[in-house]
Design a protein around this ligand. Structure first.
Ligand code: FMN
Length: 351
């Protein structure tokens, strides 16, 4: 049944030569890439629209689409990730790689084909999600204990797609022992992944401060595919330290962008990469305030209700407070009191 679906879908997935030329290379061995991390429930289409507007990233990875009992269709995928083919809020573009999560090689391959029909031009597979609801159904981080299954899944997805569509994997170092990463990364490479992203903690470590760059360095030196380093990259100095300790030149940034939405620009400046804009405020407080204003301007028109922007900004600031105690007082007061976008903006300006 699934095989039939695979075959049927595959026939819709041939690209002409001219079309292949338009495919971007998401990760290349010799070119630094800054990647916006997937953050389910936080980094969704409206938030990605803001980050695209502020600029600085090469591409982003979508929050995961869960593949449970059946193939997820192109239509369902576009419903979950409406900005897969371009912005639905604002007009700035951020190329997006679609992430899938599941444990069935066949269903993931079938869904990957549907994803490409929906417009995805790169697929990532999640082997790191520690959420209990996911672990109960044996996807995400639970597969870190079964490297053979990881190889099988990646091979199945890789074989199902044309070679112009890159397939990557995002892992943690292991379930409990950071040294398990060697076998897991090898399994990813054996499956035919084009690159691997490593969040440098084990599942058991959750988000406790401290990452194991030594383990990432060892893995990078043994693999032939590029490694994207991820975990606690909150400043340009963190990125420089990560590069010095791991040798990686590809970096994925998650929570750091919530605290400093212009962080990718700091990293670009520190690495003398092409500057993408010049009007960047110096102070972190100003950066957060300006970003909230931009977010409101981009999303308010299309927001489903008057409370959408304030409630999303409240959630954003809650996450910033998890990693930093320096949220501007006026922003804190504003998110506490505001019920509409205009109230939020007025309160942030102290009026
Ligand atoms: C709220 C939240 C949701 C996340 N959702 C996903 C997800 O859907 N897929 C995934 O691979 N990782 C997910 N992650 C993990 C991040 O992509 C990243 O690996 C992790 O936050 C470490 O990077 P950071 O220190 O730069 O935030 C999530 C993290 C957070 C905090």
């Amino acid at each position: 049944m699934v095989n039939q679906a695979l075959k049927a879908s595959r026939s819709g997935l041939s690209f002409s030569c001219g079309e292949e030329k338009r495919f971007m290379l998401f990760i290349e061995a010799n070119r630094t890439a800054l990647v916006l991390a997937p953050m389910e429930g936080v980094m969704d289409a409206p938030m990605r629209a803001l980050i695209a507007d502020l600029g600085g990233f090469d591409f982003g990875v979508s929050e995961f689409v869960r593949v449970g009992q059946s193939v997820i269709t192109a239509k369902q995928i576009l419903h979950e990730i409406p900005d897969l083919n371009g912005p639905v809020f604002g007009s700035a573009k951020l190329p997006l790689q679609l992430q899938l999560l599941g444990d069935s090689p066949e269903l993931l391959a079938g869904t990957a084909i549907e994803a490409c029909i929906a417009g995805a031009r790169a697929i990532d597979i999640n082997f790191g999600c520690p959420a209990p609801t996911i672990l109960r159904r044996s996807g995400g981080a639970s597969l870190l204990r079964n490297p053979k299954a990881i190889t099988e899944i990646i091979r199945s997805v890789r074989d199902a797609l044309p070679s112009v569509i890159p397939v990557s994997a995002k892992i943690r170092l292991g379930w409990e022992d950071p040294n398990d990463v060697d076998g897991i990364a090898q399994a990813v490479q054996e499956g035919g992944a084009n690159w691997i992203t490593i969040h440098a903690r084990t599942k058991q470590e959750g988000y406790r401060p401290g990452v194991h760059w030594d383990a990432v360095a060892r893995v990078r030196s043994r693999l032939s595919i590029p490694v994207v380093a991820n975990g606690d990259l909150f400043t340009a100095e963190d990125v420089a330290r990560c590069e010095a300790e791991t040798g990686c030149t590809h970096f994925m940034i998650g929570r750091g962008i919530l605290k400093n939405p212009f962080l990718a620009h700091d990293v670009r400046a520190s690495r003398a990469l092409h500057a993408l804009r010049e009007d960047i405020p110096l102070q972190l407080d100003d950066r957060l305030r300006i970003s909230i204003e931009r977010y409101a301007a981009i999303t308010d028109d299309q927001a489903a209700n008057a409370g959408f922007v304030p409630s999303r900004v409240k959630q954003w600031i809650r996450m910033v407070r998890d990693i930093s105690d320096s949220v501007p007082h006026q922003v804190l007061t504003a998110v506490k009191k505001a019920r509409t976008t205009s109230e939020l903006l007025n309160l942030m300006h102290g009026s």
